[in-house]
Design a protein around this ligand. Sequence first.
Ligand code: SF4
Length: 342
Amino acid sequence: MLHLLEQTPEQLQAWFIGQGLPGYRAAQVRQWLFTRRARDFNQMTDLPQSVRNRLADEFRIWTTRIVTHRKSDDGTEKLLLELSAHERIECVLLGDDRHHRTICISTQVGCSMGCAFCASGLDGAARNLTAGEIIEQMLRLDRLLTEDERLSHIGVMGMGEPLGNLDRLLPALAAAASPDGLGISARRITISTVGLPGAIRRLANENCQYHLAVSLHAADDRLRDELVAANRGVGIQSILAAADYYFDLTGRRVTFECVLLAGVNDRVEDARRLVRLLSGRPALVNVIPYNPVADLPFRTPTPAAVARFVEIRAQGALNANIRHRKGDRIDAACGQLRRREG
Ligand code: SF4
């Protein structure tokens, strides 16, 4: 059976025509999937029953199974999805407000980037997700909303390195941004990367207007090599050069993210180094106090250390925000629920 969400609009139309059916049926099916929130073919009531049966014989809509669905007091909801016997991924619906419904999705099973503080990377990467599996996370989360709510933002910052799976991510995001898909503006879609210079340049050349966030975590290669294994042999300067290229081609200001770890990268000298590194760039810096992971030695910085860090950046004329953690009680930090539920 084929995964329906893996089909591009053109492929689906070709399938209908190949069956001797009108090509416009493809648009009806996509509307049921992306706008009308159908859960199965039988709900697609403007298709003749015979067509629904043929679709059901050939395609399946869902390839994942919901293993766990957790809800936090702040409205954050997290799904643990099983793809096959031992493959599990996470995706999250943030509890912002009725007008802003943000989701966070995964792009790989596990991750090979080797961030020392991250639960997702502890077992390495098993494989890339398909475009259909990436879209399926969006639609599963979309179906958690009330009837009058719509998804407004997507963060590609769940499990995996998005730019390590660009060939499948791009068609998935095209479906999210398309008017006949989820209709989410490309400017409201953020791709968060550890920093793969070649892939950043490729994304810039696509000029899709997605927002790019680079997870820097450290302002010098010595510390960054320790915190992010993928930095070794790459280096911060080549990542910054690629980020500058992204800004030059797209006009989109790049965000640099820094997960703050107590006593590791939250000191005054760390903040000053970051100011020196990024000064002169039209960059925004997101500071994310660490969300502790069982079995890992890192700790959350004190509120005072976080405030001091942001203050130093502000003095250095860097725009800095603190991104507050959501859903702590449901293991919302990337990869934690998957580890806990084994
Ligand atoms: S923080 Fe992101 S890039 Fe780093 S290991 Fe975890 S999932 Fe991979």
